[in-house]
Write a protein that binds this ligand. Structure first.
Ligand code: G3H
Ligand code: 13P
Ligand code: NA
Ligand code: ZN
Length: 309
């Protein structure tokens, strides 16, 4: 059924796992994810960014997600607006039937971030919709990718996190903890601020945290991309052991997009290289979809949410 994330997060928090929140942009990506979820019996969060909405039109994506919900009656499915920017966008998505809304005011001054989050909460809550907010700054979402040194300077502050949650009334909080969006998260050895995750977790007992930028940049796909004409030699993600460690802590939602993109791209490149005469989209999108399915199945075990639907 279509649900908000309240119950999902309660279970995840209590039992020390996290739920995968996967970004979708088209039918094949969505189908690959959902096949994995159905096979592994895991709860599901599908999310749509503003970019996704511009690319595929929200109406199309929403129609695809409606089919997902209808065809998987035993799976709890939440749909989240990823990185909502304004109150108006958030309102539009609440009105459109999304069950979860992220308002990303992380670039705003602290008090303004609280104020815009509170405004979204006041609109969403009476309509049964939950709100995710963000504190601290991740790299990669603005055009100029923030370097590692800069990222570590923008780690969420525990005192602010407590105040933010109290004052804004948000249901979950994405905290900058050393990750960034995209395929180039670290220049040297990956590190996450587990001490900060731990402290915020301790100061906000029972409160679900969210980790953005959680893709691992899997070697299998990076290698295929580089082998078949792609150019991502320096790509680096969050090692899976670290994702598992965070999932066992207060992190209850783990956002993954880059790993989906890389799986699809790797397989398409492989088909193009190995079968240059092929021009039927089903013959390359199909293997891409299968690769997403297998990758997501594996991911659900990394997060610990397999079998938890
Ligand atoms: O937050 C970043 C997600 O990977 C979505 O990316 O805005 O390019 O769709 P996008
Ligand atoms: P990745 O780029 O690591 O997949 O992160 C996605 C994300 O945080 C979407 O909000
Ligand atoms: Na967790
Ligand atoms: Zn994000």
């Amino acid at each position: 059924p279509l649900v908000n994330t309240k119950k999902m997060f309660e279970m995840a928090y209590k039992n020390g796992y996290a739920i995968g929140a996967f970004n979708v942009n088209n039918m094949e990506i969505t189908q690959g994810i959902v096949q994995a979820i159905a096979e592994e019996k895991a709860p599901l969060i599908l999310q749509i960014s503003r970019g996704a909405r511009e690319y595929a039109k929200n109406s199309y994506l929403k129609a695809i997600i409606d089919v997902v919900v209808k065809e998987n009656p035993d799976i709890p499915v939440a749909i989240n607006l990823d990185h909502g920017d304004t109150f108006e966008t958030c309102k539009e998505f609440v009105d459109d039937g999304f069950t979860s809304i992220m308002i990303d005011g992380s670039h705003l001054p602290f008090e303004e971030n609280i104020a815009i989050t509170k405004k979204v909460v006041e609109y969403a809550h009476p309509r049964g919709v939950v709100v995710e907010a963000e504190l601290g700054q991740l790299g990669g979402i603005e055009e100029d990718v923030v370097g590692v040194d800069d990222v570590s300077k923008h780690i969420a502050d525990p005192d602010q996190a407590v105040e933010f949650v109290e004052k804004s009334g948000c249901d979950s909080l994405a905290i900058a903890c050393g990750t960034s969006h995209g395929a180039y998260k670290f220049k040297t050895a990956p590190t996450l601020a587990f001490d900060v995750i731990e402290e915020i977790g301790r100061r906000l007992p029972g409160f679900p945290l969210v980790m953005h930028g959680s893709s691992s940049v899997l070697k299998e796909f990076k290698d295929l991309i580089n082998k078949y004409g792609g150019k991502m030699p320096d790509a680096m993600g969050v090692p899976e052991e670290m994702v598992t460690r965070a999932s066992k802590m207060a992190m209850c939602k783990v956002n993954i997009d880059t790993d989906l993109r890389m799986a699809l791209t790797a397989k398409i490149r492989q088909v193009f290289a190995e079968k240059p005469a092929e021009f039927d989209p089903r013959k390359y999108l199909g293997p891409g979809r299968d690769a997403i399915r297998d990758m997501v199945r594996h991911k659900l075990h990394v997060l610990g949410c397999a079998g938890k639907a």
